[in-house]
Ligand binder design. Structure first.
Ligand SMILES: Cc1cc2nc3c(=O)[nH]c(=O)nc-3n(C[C@H](O)[C@H](O)[C@H](O)COP(=O)(O)O)c2cc1C
Length: 185
């Protein structure tokens, strides 16, 4: 690849012990193994708790700056979201709502992976996210990955236990790198 890419993987919950976070780490490793790609993680467990204060809309907590800066500096975002009550976690929407507008997502490439205990594999939160990112003029990568029955399909490290899902992870990662590279070139 001729263009150096800086990608950011967002682990879309702050739940301790989250499978989403483990999947985000496995994706991060895949990105980092590709020549010319650097990848970093945004873990919503690290968000400052003051982000939920009513005053945060007027005055961001200083510790939020590293999150906003990482998004603004990234060539592409890969958002990994669990399904909570048929949608994205509240903390993920709060994070999105506090990012600088409109530059955070405007023409920024984004890929999505859904993680759920249930049989629909977080289709609902991923489609919600596509609506939000589409509204904000992001370039949505069309190849999505849905992990249904996550406890069965992932090992304790968040790596797929079957070849079919592993191939989906690999295909999405290499395809997204190509997509981001073409948009950046
Ligand atoms: C508050 C909450 C709500 C949840 N709601 C759903 C749901 O609507 N559908 C579903 O398939 N799984 C649901 N789950 C289970 C998650 O999909 C499951 O924990 C999965 O491992 C991904 O979430 P995690 O990253 O927190 O581990 C819920 C979990 C939590 C903590």
């Amino acid at each position: 690849m001729s263009v150096a890419l800086n990608l950011t993987v967002v682990a879309g919950t702050n739940r301790i012990g989250s499978r989403t976070l483990r999947v985000a780490h496995r994706l991060l490793e895949r990105y980092a193994s590709i020549e010319g790609v650097s990848a970093s993680l945004l873990d919503l467990q690290d968000l400052p708790l003051e982000l939920a204060a009513p005053s945060a809309y007027d005055e961001k907590p200083p510790a939020f700056k590293v999150f906003a800066d990482a998004v603004l500096a990234s060539d592409g975002l890969h958002v990994v979201s669990p399904e909570y009550n048929g949608g994205m976690p509240g903390i993920l929407k709060l994070f999105i709502d506090h990012l600088p507008f409109p530059e955070s997502f405007e023409q920024r490439p984004v890929a999505f992976t859904g993680v759920a205990a249930g049989r629909f594999g977080a289709l609902r939160p991923v489609e919600q996210l596509q609506g939000v990112f589409g509204y904000r003029n992001a370039h949505i990568y069309p190849e999505r990955v849905f992990i249904a029955g996550a406890a069965r399909l992932l090992n304790d490290q968040g790596e797929p236990v079957d070849d079919w899902l592993r191939a989906r992870f690999d295909s999405q990662v290499t395809g997204f790198v190509d997509f981001v590279g073409r948009l950046k070139a």
